[in-house]
Ligand binder design. Structure first.
Ligand SMILES: NC(=O)c1ccc[n+]([C@@H]2O[C@H](COP(=O)([O-])OP(=O)(O)OC[C@H]3O[C@@H](n4cnc5c(N)ncnc54)[C@H](O)[C@@H]3O)[C@@H](O)[C@H]2O)c1
Length: 499
């Protein structure tokens, strides 16, 4: 292991626990020794908790050695590098390593953002060089990406895959493309979250809350950006966009640079999209949520005939004592449930009075947190009536401004579309895409399985309508998605030639 920082320490621990002998080197004097002590302490916790016997601890501890010089790594079969993220420094190290290790030794880089082939190109034997990308904290994030650069020998990829699998982590194989697999698949949540904010469709805390409570994400995009730090994330967003030759799907937001300039990095500076208190910036201060308005004494409700939740809405209206109408009478609240369209467009398409129209997202189950979307001219009285009605049964509701695809539809459709394009480009296998996203990003489902749950045709419709409504090519559907929907197949159906 070269580099005894955050990642190096975790990687040392992982391989020692899997039964390997590990030598650790760092260019800073004493850093490798400290890392060995640190890892010993981490492993020692297992003894304290009764999970590891004293003998096993000593044996495990004895496998980890601090190396005084790079020459001490001469008999290593695999060298993993996790030093500073700088191409020239990494290239110089790999060149130096080749002179030390055996001709069969594998050289792997833990780089997150560099092109592995550029590191490999510094070596006399680039076929032995690959990426081996772990996530922080290494022992807990149970996935690693094995990156096959253009000249990497298949046997090297296979050895690394087997090596990782032996630690209990899931090894996924990805091509040497920007963001590899996990950081590539993770773009949708951030870019679409920021787009919602740019369009003033919803506030950051509304986007986060809806995605957590209605879609099952552990954290929304703004909570995640605050955790990682906008100083770091903004560079990743810009770099992946540029490395993909300005692909519109990854276009970063103009909202970000002014916030970076102002130091609104997130938890580490006490202020990001949220304000934080506490020593470690661990107490998030939430903006106050406006109270649920009272239900009007007399309420007439009309629901569009094609609304997905029409029967559930009828039951709710009946419990609330509202009058259910079969025609959109002049003083009724008009409820619509569009897919991929904003409330204004839906009102116009159905010939409804937009001032009385409120849209409810049909995608999440009716029992989950509800998103209510206003047209550009919905009156406050109709907004409050809808908010009160939809909160009658104690289910939370968030009221947002016009947005094609509400919050959940557009974010999920974007995530599915990006994953479909990862599959189309052959960057990774379908199983690897699915597992990498679940383990690396913590999403409740793999993105293609998620698309199947929503229905490929629905995802395609959301994207097509968003593209038509906004004119933005970022929403253009991947051919992978289009073909499988046209054929009535699962989004996890592999390409014939690759299966
Ligand atoms: N931190 C993360 O969340 C994360 C996740 C995935 C990948 N990575 C990547 O892993 C690598 C390391 O990241 P980190 O967060 O552990 O960094 P870090 O700053 O915590 O540790 C880097 C270590 O490398 C040592 N070092 C620097 N130059 C060296 C050289 N030429 N030779 C030997 N040692 C040298 C430093 O002294 C330091 O101890 C980077 O390439 C980074 O992009 C980081």
């Amino acid at each position: 292991m070269i580099g005894a920082g955050t990642m190096g320490r975790g990687i040392v621990q992982l391989f020692a626990q899997a039964g390997h002998r590990v030598h650790c080197f760092d260019s800073v004097d004493g850093a490798a020794g400290k890392a060995v002590e640190f890892v010993g302490g981490m492993i020692g916790r297992g003894v304290e908790k009764g999970r590891l016997g004293a003998d096993d601890f000593e044996r495990l501890r004895g496998r980890i050695h601090a190396a005084a010089t790079i020459a001490d790594l001469a008999d290593c079969d695999v060298v993993i590098e996790a030093i500073v993220e700088d191409l020239e420094v990494k290239r110089a190290l790999f060149r130096q390593l080749e002179a030390v290790v055996s001709p069969q030794a594998i050289l792997a880089s833990n780089t997150s953002s560099l092109v592995v082939a550029e590191i490999a190109a510094a070596c006399a034997h680039p076929e032995r060089v690959a990426g081996l990308h772990f996530f922080n904290p290494v022992p807990l994030m149970k996935v690693a990406e094995v990156i096959a650069a253009v000249r990497t020998a298949p046997a090297v990829v296979e050895t690394l895959r087997t090596l990782v699998a032996g630690t209990g982590h899931r090894a996924v194989v990805a091509a040497d493309q920007p963001g590899f697999l996990v950081n590539h698949a993770g773009r949708g949540l951030y870019t679409e979250g920021l787009r919602l904010l740019e369009e003033q469709s919803a506030s950051a805390d509304q986007v986060d809350r809806v995605l957590r409570e209605a879609a099952g994400f552990r954290m929304g995009p703004f909570e995640l950006l605050d955790l990682t730090g906008l100083d770091v994330s903004s560079k990743v967003m810009a770099s992946i966009y540029e490395q993909f030759q300005q692909e519109p799907r990854f276009r970063p937001s103009s909202l970000v640079p002014p916030r970076v300039a102002a130091g609104l990095f997130g938890r580490k500076t006490g202020q990001g999209w949220y304000a934080y208190a506490g020593d470690k910036g661990d107490v998030k201060q939430l903006p106050t949520v406006s109270p649920v308005p009272a239900l009007p004494a007399e309420l007439k409700v009309w629901v569009a005939p094609d609304a997905a939740d029409r029967e559930a809405l009828r039951a709710l209206a009946s419990e609330a004592g509202a009058r259910w109408l079969d025609h959109p009478d002049p003083d009724a609240l008009l409820i619509v449930q569009p897919w991929g369209r904003d409330a204004t467009s839906e009102a116009i398409a159905l010939g409804l009075d937009a001032t009385r129209c409120v849209a409810i997202d049909p995608l999440p189950g009716f029992g989950l947190h509800r998103t209510l979307m206003l047209t550009a001219v919905t009156t406050p009285a109709m907004r409050d009536a809808a908010h009160a009605l939809l909160s009658q049964d104690g289910t939370g509701a968030t009221v947002i401004n016009d947005s094609p695809g509400f919050i959940v539809q557009r974010v999920l459709a974007t995530i599915v579309n990006i994953a479909a394009q990862i599959a189309q480009r052959g960057i990774a296998s379908i199983d690897d895409i699915e597992d990498a996203v679940k383990l690396g990003l913590g999403y409740p489902h793999g993105p293609l399985a998620w698309g199947d749950r929503i229905g490929g045709a629905k995802v395609l419709q959301i994207l097509q309508r968003m593209q038509a409504g906004t004119g933005d090519p970022r929403y253009r559907p991947s051919p992978w998605l289009e073909r499988r929907v046209a054929l009535g197949l699962s989004l996890r159906t592999p390409e014939a030639a690759r299966s």
